[in-house]
Design a protein around this ligand. Structure first.
Ligand code: DOR
Ligand code: ZN
Length: 421
């Protein structure tokens, strides 16, 4: 038994924000209340910390199978635990692609062996994510996927998207789309604007994303399916999502820490800043901050995308897209959203835990009888992120050396301590 004493329990689902003790017995929360006394339990002094329902990352890349020199399920899960995440959803763009039940089972077996955080795989929409025919979605669902996506690429055609959404609707699975118009995207390495012109780098306009969001929202309406927009990065995309929600469609979205923190002005020739979708203009970034504050955005997701140094540390043009993100996500959210006064702790926890759970259609409550998945964090612990100390196998973070206030202090998964600072 584990007794968390005197933490500030913040749970949007039960509308709790109070100083309470939490007793964990086995895999579940056994009791919640002021001044619990359980002599047999191991004590954790949580005073000064927030005790929240476990964080869920809807979007990451673990590179196993196929690219284990960049990340394995174990190293990725370890970095996730250090970032306060109790469950993570790896995208299917591995080698081979997770487009059938045997790959799904392999991922789950490796996750069980690592035994750190819960790994909830996302299966491919199409075979090989090639955009031609549907993947074995139903068999993957039976094996344990929680959503489908061709992430790295958009679902190739409106026709295939329609088929997939109709299918997913009957299976009650959300479809996560990486929204991008491939013709506008072609050859680009950053956002198009005065900055890309000055740097002499090929840019893609904001419309690259929103054109695809508009298509997807219409297909969601046509099919009645659940659409989740991955790493949303522009004001126009957000406007489309807001409008879809207002009309009662099953449309949700996530925003990454790098998109709400950085702008294209931060981009130089340093490939650590190269990511897809690219970091946005200041106006778009500010719109994202607004959406995070006003409830339009459902979740913060990392898009943790490790790439080994040999491949990433090359000219900007030649480098792959992506940055690691598990260990800096909470600190960036505290910096940009909480310390800046834009949101309170309840909304912060909603963006990391309750919101992502809702996207997946699962409940996440910090209450008696619920699974003991908890994230304990400090809002003022000072620390500096050092990429070389990361648990990830990769080092590609533009936030290397950044000083933060606030950090995960303890990550508890099914009653077991997966990380302790
Ligand atoms: O930056 C990115 N990296 N965006 C993606 O869509 C894919 C990801 C990756 O797999 O590296
Ligand atoms: Zn993507």
């Amino acid at each position: 038994m584990l007794l968390l004493k005197n933490g500030r329990v913040v749970d949007p689902a039960t509308r709790t924000d109070a100083r309470l003790d939490v007793l964990i017995d086995g895999e579940r929360i056994a009791a919640l209340g002021p001044s619990l006394e359980v002599p047999a339990a191991e004590l954790v002094d949580a005073s000064g910390w927030v005790v929240a329902p476990g964080f869920i990352d809807l979007h990451c890349h673990l590179r196993e199978p196929g690219d284990e020199s960049s990340e394995t399920i174990e190293t990725g899960a370890c970095a996730a635990a250090r970032g306060g995440f109790t469950a993570i959803c790896p995208m299917p763009n591995t080698r081979p692609v997770n487009d059938n039940a045997s790959v799904t089972r392999f991922i789950l077996d490796r996750a069980r062996a690592a035994s750190l955080v819960r790994v909830w795989p996302i299966g491919a929409v199409s075979a090989g994510s090639r955009g031609e025919s549907l993947a074995e979605i139903s068999a993957m669902k039976d094996a344990g996927i929680v959503a489908v996506s061709d992430d790295g690429h958009p679902v190739a055609t409106a026709k295939l998207l329609r088929q997939a959404m109709e299918y997913c609707r009957s299976l009650d699975l959300p479809l996560v789309d990486h929204c991008e118009d491939s013709s506008l995207f072609a050859g680009a390495v950053m956002r198009e604007g005065p900055r890309s012109v000055r740097l002499g780098l090929a840019g893609m306009p904001a419309a690259t994303e929103s054109i695809c969001v508009a298509r997807d929202v219409q297909i969601a309406e046509l099919t009645g399916g659940r659409l989740h927009v991955a790493h949303l990065s522009t004001a126009e995309s957000l406007r489309l999502v807001r409008e879809a929600k207002r009309r009662g469609l099953g449309v949700t979205c996530e925003v990454t820490p790098h998109h709400f923190t950085l702008t294209d002005d931060d981009v130089g020739y340093d490939s650590r800043f190269k990511v897809n979708p690219p970091v946005a203009s200041r106006q778009d970034r500010d719109a994202l901050l607004e959406g995070l504050a006003d409830g339009s955005v459902d979740a913060i997701a990392t898009d943790h995308a490790p790439h080994e140094p040999a491949r990433k540390e090359v000219e900007f043009d030649r480098a792959p897209f992506g940055m690691i993100g598990f260990e800096t996500a909470l600190a960036l959210a505290l910096e940009q959203l909480f310390h800046s006064g834009r949101i309170g702790l309840t909304r912060l926890v909603e963006l990391f835990a309750t919101g992502p759970a809702r996207v997946l259609g699962i409940a996440r409550r910090l209450a008696e009888g619920e699974p003991a998945d908890l994230t304990l964090f400090s809002v003022d612990e000072p620390w500096t992120f050092r990429a070389h100390e990361s648990a990830s196998r990769s080092r590609n973070s533009p936030f290397d050396g950044r000083e933060f206030r606030g950090a995960p202090m303890m990550t508890i998964v099914a009653g077991r301590v997966a990380f302790r600072r």
